[in-house]
Write a protein that binds this ligand. Structure first.
Ligand SMILES: NC(=O)C1=CN([C@@H]2O[C@H](COP(=O)(O)OP(=O)(O)OC[C@H]3O[C@@H](n4cnc5c(N)ncnc54)[C@H](O)[C@@H]3O)[C@@H](O)[C@H]2O)C=CC1
Ligand SMILES: O=C(O)[C@@H]1CCC=N1
Length: 270
């Protein structure tokens, strides 16, 4: 168990995924989780869903937290930080999960030396299969960074990266679940077009994606070799692969990722 008070400012889709993942992991007691949101409707929803402390008062959450997670949109960071910066404890570890918010930006917005951490998580955290990339400033002690890593590992995988790679992470793992859902939807549409029931199609498509991802992670084999193993010479799969290559699947993904990275870098000011 981690016996620290963990506060969330902003309690939308990503914070809810983390809170759900944390509760399910059992690493943190519900009594140690605090969240604030702008509207009463969100506060009530969060209390109903997770039975944790929730309020519209950001300062209350900030003042209580040993680990404070800023889970609002990038362009709201300045306002929220101005609101809470005088209330945080001296040793509070401050985490932003926002795309594009740098460690320097955080320190400047707080206007003082702080223990600052940047994490780029993703929504599969809710089901214990999150991927979180982490970097920290020099004020964060090794044991504090390890504790945050353990926290995020409790609902998936977590890796520490140099900050220069953090703007690339949304494209690879923060945003990419959206593209994968599009792929699953497309697989299901294709099956429905050929007469399959939609509910069954989602199960087949999603399980194939889950299994393929597990093969990459657990066998350590190159994705190209795994693909080749599916393509029987002169068989059906290579016909599908030919069409996907013709329509530029890989270059479409790579170009989409570039656009994602450019936007991530620009977000804090927008
Ligand atoms: N949705 C995702 O898959 C991911 C999101 N993120 C990051 O997480 C952050 C939040 O994104 P989402 O959860 O998707 O957005 P969201 O719109 O679902 O949640 C934002 C929350 O902030 C609250 N909020 C707005 N103004 C506030 C204020 N002044 N004080 C306190 N709370 C306030 C809203 O009530 C809402 O609950 C963003 O910075 C985003 O870059 C990072 C990785 C993945
Ligand atoms: O779309 C966004 O800006 C955020 C960053 C990663 C996932 N969602």
């Amino acid at each position: 168990m981690i016996n620290k008070k963990i506060g969330f400012i902003g309690c939308g889709k990503m914070a809810q995924a983390i809170i759900g993942g944390l509760i399910q992991s059992g690493l943190v007691a519900k009594e140690e989780l605090f969240a604030s949101a702008k509207s009463d409707a969100t506060v009530n929803k969060v209390m109903d869903m997770f039975h944790i402390n929730a309020t519209t008062n950001n300062v209350e959450v900030a003042a209580n937290a040993d680990i404070l997670i800023l889970a609002v949109k990038p362009d709201l960071h300045q306002t929220v930080i101005e609101e809470v910066s005088n209330s945080i404890k001296i040793d509070t570890v401050i985490i932003t999960i926002a795309a594009g918010i740098t460690l320097d930006y955080l320190e400047q917005a707080f206007g003082k030396k702080i223990k600052a951490i940047r994490v780029m998580p993703n929504t599969p955290s809710l089901v214990g299969e999150g991927m979180s990339a982490i970097c920290a400033n020099e004020s964060v002690k090794e044991e504090e960074l390890n504790e945050v890593k353990v926290l995020f590992e409790s609902f998936g995988k977590a890796e520490v990266f140099p900050e220069k790679l953090m703007d690339t992470i949304p494209a690879v793992s923060g945003s990419s679940p959206a593209y994968v859902y599009m792929f699953i939807e497309a697989l299901a549409d294709g099956a429905v077009k050929q007469g399959m029931n939609r509910d069954q199609a989602y199960i087949l498509a999603a399980q194939a994606v889950l299994g393929a991802a597990k093969m990459v992670l657990e066998t350590g084999m190159h994705p190209g070799v795994l693909k080749d193993n599916v393509c029987t010479p002169g068989g059906a799969t290579i016909e599908a692969v030919t069409i996907l290559e013709k329509h530029g699947l890989r270059s479409a993904v790579m170009m989409a990722m570039e656009a994602c990275t450019v936007k991530s870098k620009a977000l804090k000011g927008s």
